[in-house]
Design a protein around this ligand. Structure first.
Ligand SMILES: Cc1cc2nc3c(=O)[nH]c(=O)nc-3n(C[C@H](O)[C@H](O)[C@H](O)COP(=O)(O)OP(=O)(O)OC[C@H]3O[C@@H](n4cnc5c(N)ncnc54)[C@H](O)[C@@H]3O)c2cc1C
Length: 454
């Protein structure tokens, strides 16, 4: 197993790309703007782009601490899922009465992303492949059947049918959603949005960390921006609005990418539709093919570090990358001998309700959207529109949603936070190996509508 990983570079496959744009100069001096956006991931880039589309006359500045798309937005799995609620089951549990609207708005959002990519000509291998959730334990079959019974537009697959799609000896059945997910090359999407913003006149400054937000003033090491309105799009990173810091925790998710499969190796798996795949465990794996027939393999253990620590050193974990490699070959034993070329990790903004929440500060001049919990590739475009609705006092279908108006419960402070997260993760792992049986701790969290996901 170690040999499969021995040549894996500690690099993000998607960012290790000749198409990566050169960094833009940092902000130096004092500027003014109608709208300032802090953070150049999908949330910030969609906010700047949608603002230009909705209000073409706005003068917009975007400030990014590193380079646009270098954080979660450039290093994710690229599953662009229509769900705004981190999956149907979570939406059903929290907002059953408005789930039909949330599902429709989520599908419209996915369509709009595809249309924008086509209109702007972004070369990011956008494919409406659909997604397969696979049962790898007997209790998953029952869970998937229950979901299929209440959710339209999905097909339950038996063992033969699921293995005809993607051939793994570990599969017992599956749930096939042919239309709700697209696959995309994450960094290419971020770079395409960045380019579109620049073309529309958005002034983007990279390597420009905002140190402070006070009234309408954003201060950086070498300059400042005074703005009429401010959108905070900083995801898992410590928020400029201190009171938000208890509402999300940074959780690391680790990923591997293999060398390209030969046609013969790919034929042993099938995978003709090239759909995204995830298993139905609490601690789940997600995987997909890349444009050049590699397999991206990620997930399984959400890693939290005491004090909500974020540090590039935490992106490499030999033990966890090794465990992921082991699970890969258990799933696809026919690929014995295949090597991994890239290994990395990235940080996710987990909220206790598993999906984004929104709000304003400083008398409505500042808005925020965060808490996507590992399912933000598509939902960030919706979040961007909500932020603009709130900043410009627009009453829309979005602002009427309970999902938009309600806030999640905060995480407790340390040391309780770390203890609760570790206990939750341990309990989820136990449930996976114990026929799905949820212990008293998980059942208590379920009753309170709390939890941990990625
Ligand atoms: C490994 C991994 C796999 C994932 N897989 C999927 C998937 O397959 N499908 C899916 O839907 N979601 C996935 N996600 C989640 C998804 O990537 C995120 O939800 C989404 O990218 C969030 O976008 P964002 O713009 O809010 O955050 P980010 O991309 O993290 O952007 C925030 C930006 O703000 C900048 N910033 C922070 N503080 C400051 C400051 N003070 N001043 C200036 N700039 C600042 C940061 O540098 C960063 O670039 C995954 C995430 C990870 C890490």
């Amino acid at each position: 197993m170690t040999s499969a990983l021995s040549e894996a570079e500690p690099l993000v496959f998607w960012l290790d790309d000749k198409a990566a744009p050169s960094p833009l100069p940092p902000l130096a001096g004092a500027e003014t703007a109608d709208l300032a956006v802090v953070g150049g991931g999908y949330t910030g880039l969609w906010t700047a782009l949608r603002a230009k589309e909705r209000y073409p006359d706005l003068d917009i500045v975007l400030l990014e601490a590193y380079t646009c798309g270098s954080a979660a937005s450039g290093r994710n799995g690229g599953f662009c899922d229509a769900s705004l609620t981190h999956g149907f089951a979570n939406g059903l549990a929290r907002w059953p009465e408005e789930l039909p609207v949330l599902e429709r708005v989520g599908r419209e959002n996915l369509e709009a992303i595809g249309e924008t990519i086509a209109r702007l000509g972004i070369d990011c291998d956008w494919r409406r492949t659909g997604e397969l959730t696979v049962a790898t334990a007997p209790h998953h079959l029952e869970e998937l059947a229950s979901e299929a019974a209440v959710r339209g537009g999905v097909t339950l697959l038996d063992q033969d049918a699921v293995r005809a799609e993607v051939n793994s000896p570990t599969y017992l059945g599956g749930l096939w959603d042919a239309s709700g997910t697209a696959l995309v090359e994450p960094a290419r999407l971020a770079w395409g949005l960045r380019e579109a913003c620049l073309e529309l006149g958005v002034r983007i400054y990279e390597n420009t960390r905002v140190r402070q937000l006070r009234s309408g003033l954003l201060s950086t090491a070498m300059g400042s921006v005074r703005a009429d309105r401010i959108a905070v799009a900083t995801n898992a990173f410590p928020s400029l609005l201190r009171r938000l810091r208890l509402y999300t925790v940074p959780v690391y998710d680790l990923v591997l990418v293999t060398e390209p499969l030969s046609p013969a190796q790919l034929a042993t798996i099938g995978w003709q539709r090239r759909q995204g795949v995830g298993d139905a465990s609490n601690l789940f794996h997600y995987y997909r093919l890349t444009r050049d027939d590699r397999i991206l393999w990620g997930g399984y253990i959400p890693l939290y570090y005491y004090g909500s620590r974020i540090n590039p050193a935490l992106e490499q974990r030999d033990d966890i990358h090794l465990l992921l490699a082991q699970h890969f070959f258990e799933t696809f034993p026919q690929l014995e001998g295949l090597r991994f070329t890239h290994r990395w990790g990235g940080v996710i903004d987990t909220s206790t309700r598993f999906c984004a929440f929104f709000g304003t500060a400083l008398g409505g001049r500042v808005s925020y959207a965060l808490g996507y919990t590992g399912l933000g590739v598509a939902a960030t475009r919706f979040g961007a529109d909500v932020m603009l609705d709130l900043l410009y006092a627009e009453t829309t279908e979005r602002t009427h949603l309970r999902m938009v108006r309600e806030r999640p419960l905060p995480f407790p402070p340390e040391p309780l936070r770390a203890a609760a997260i570790h206990l939750t993760r341990h309990s989820m792992s136990r449930a996976d190996t114990n026929a799905g049986h949820r212990n008293l701790w998980l059942r208590t969290l379920d009753r309170l509508g709390l939890g941990l996901d990625f």
